[in-house]
Design a protein around this ligand. Structure first.
Ligand code: ADP
Length: 543
């Protein structure tokens, strides 16, 4: 017997319709490249999304045609998230921090028909324009009177002029919930980037689950600042989940430095902010140096890379801001786990709580996670056994879009995340490392994250990266590369002594390398490949 309930496809149009109907007056505030603070509402975003849809009809864009965006976090980008996907086209968010050659490759691979870009990225567009002959329309996200004039870029269209020439009356089409809604390329640290194509269904379910109380816990009372980019990993789904929850949204645009973020948080009453650890580090430096406090911020989602326990402690104990450590990846839409403590864990002493919060947390409803050994045997959830972390669920990639090779296909229905993890008896996942970053020493594995977290707890350390260096006897030995805090001093010997009693002797790095900066990738993560190349001839001290 079939259930006798109505059938409605899960669709992105339903999210924006809901936001318009239920919380139309909730504000969307954006710091713009124009330099000002722009204010609008969910209702206006919905109206303008319909104007976009009419604009795309006028371009005669077919169902599933791709529309690229090269843009910061802001209301225009949000309008495109909805106007493009809800009208049946595929939103392709492009990461402007990638190399221009890679960006051109991505736009051609996705076969973007339209590309919308922020004025900041004009030089980038100039570099790729001729390489992307299939793009029929280049739209600049600005008013007509701010349009750049450049003989090398004929036919540019002003976004404001374009949408304002179209009606805001539009009926969203009925769309199969499994149809493509958007796509995002992984960073492609090896070979070409790979594209993940999301569906309406996966996007809506991900939005539902990530908004739940044990995940981000979003509600109408929240003012949410997504510092995590809309041009990569869908800003952790916040453009969608905030629509369901009716949040006020505060977009920082390109202003991701500590001062800009702090001022925006304070002026807009931000209660929840989401970003990678390096961005929060800048924020905390600014707040500490100027003796400031957060007056409204009560929780922060930290993910994209391991959140050092020292940062958790500063947020929690120094400022009363709860840290929700999250883990995910492009292939998981991106949220897989969020670390919110269970009731009984809230009574634990603060240092025990920090240890738990340093874990990446429990899988959301809709995702299953397991760890397997090298032979494919399921490993126990005892918090000790570590193995390849595999995922399956409603918003996990099934296959990549037009892949170069099939090396990363599913294993018995499970997606290999490339991460190594433990899972404890309560289901809390702890990422030990990325497969390729683990350090093998004398037949044992050393977690680079664990070694980095210890260095990060030293008051003189601003950033730390642990990599393995070839060793004739032990295979590899860890070294720790450190950027000191401005004005702070620490010696190699002091830092190495700092490890004593915190890890086993054989896990203590063999050397410390002081650097001015650590190379960062296009998504705000440390580029260990570059660091390894740079230090390939590093000579370890004789022991
Ligand atoms: P890429 O950088 O390849 O594009 P993503 O931006 O999707 O990939 O990042 C996914 C990877 O980031 C994960 O596989 C994991 O290694 C790392 N990561 C994400 N969140 C965390 C976290 N909280 N702790 C540790 N690692 C994390």
């Amino acid at each position: 017997m079939l259930g006798l309930m109505q059938r409605h496809s899960l669709s992105i149009s339903s999210l924006i319709d809901f936001a318009e109907r239920q919380h139309g007056d909730a504000e969307i505030v954006s710091r713009r490249v124009e330099g000002d603070l722009h204010r609008t509402t969910w209702a206006a975003v919905a109206r303008r999304a319909r104007q976009i849809a009419n604009g795309l009809e006028a371009f005669q864009l077919a169902f599933s045609d791709r529309v690229g965006t090269i843009a910061w976090n802001g209301y225009r980008h949000l309008e495109l998230y909805y106007g493009v996907s809800a009208s049946g086209r595929v939103l392709h968010t492009v990461n402007p921090r990638l190399h221009p050659e890679q960006i051109a490759w991505i736009i051609n691979h996705a076969e973007d028909r339209v590309v919308c870009f922020e004025t900041t990225f004009l030089p980038l567009v100039k570099a790729i324009y001729k390489e992307c002959p299939k793009v029929k329309h280049w739209i600049v996200l600005c008013e007509a009177d701010r349009m750049p004039t450049d003989d090398d870029l004929p036919g540019l269209i002003s976004y404001e002029e374009w949408i304002n020439s179209h009606s805001d009356q539009y009926r969203w089409p009925e769309i199969d919930e499994y149809a493509a809604s958007s796509m995002c390329y992984t960073s492609g640290t090896t070979g070409h980037p790979k594209a993940v194509v999301y569906s309406h269904r996966s996007t809506v379910l991900h939005a539902y689950a990530s908004a739940l109380p044990n995940a981000f816990g979003l509600s109408e009372r929240d003012s949410v600042l997504p510092a995590v980019p809309m041009f990569h990993v869908n800003s952790w789904g916040l453009p969608y989940s905030t629509a369901i929850a009716g949040c006020k949204v505060v977009f920082p645009g390109p202003g991701l430095d500590g001062k800009s973020l702090y001022e925006l948080m304070e002026s807009e009453g931000v209660t929840l902010a989401a970003g990678v650890p390096t961005v929060w580090q800048g924020l905390l430096e600014h707040v500490k140096q100027n003796g400031l406090r957060f007056s409204t911020l009560n929780r922060t989602v930290v993910g994209g890379a391991a959140c050092p326990p020292a940062m958790i402690q500063v947020f929690q104990e120094g400022f009363g801001v709860e840290v929700l450590h999250a883990w995910g990846m492009t292939e998981l839409s991106p949220i897989g786990t969020v670390c919110s403590l269970k009731n009984n864990q809230l009574n634990l002493p603060p240092e025990e709580q920090v240890k738990l919060r340093a874990k990446q947390g429990r899988a959301l409803y809709g995702i299953e996670l397991e760890i397997f050994d090298e032979l494919g045997k399921l490993l126990p959830h005892d918090g000790k056994a570590y193995g390849s972390l595999m995922a399956r669920g409603h918003w996990v990639v099934g296959e990549y879009f037009r892949p170069d090779d099939l090396s990363s296909s599913l294993v018995n229905g499970w997606f290999p995340t490339g991460d190594v993890a433990t899972i404890d008896g309560d289901g809390f996942v702890q990422i030990t490392d990325r497969n390729k970053d683990m350090i093998k020493s004398g037949g044992e594995w050393i977690s680079s994250i664990e070694i980095e977290n210890i260095a990060m707890a030293h008051p003189s350390v601003q950033m730390a990266a642990c990599i393995g260096i070839k060793h004739p006897k032990w295979d590899e030995r860890p070294i720790i590369c450190v950027v000191k805090r401005p004005g702070a001093e620490v010696t190699r010997e002091e830092l190495l002594a700092f490890y004593e009693g915190k890890v086993s002797k054989w896990q203590i790095p063999d050397d410390v390398v002081f650097l001015d900066s650590i190379p960062m990738g296009a998504t705000g993560k440390m580029l260990k490949t570059k660091l390894r190349e740079h230090l390939i001839n590093h000579r370890l001290p004789q022991t």
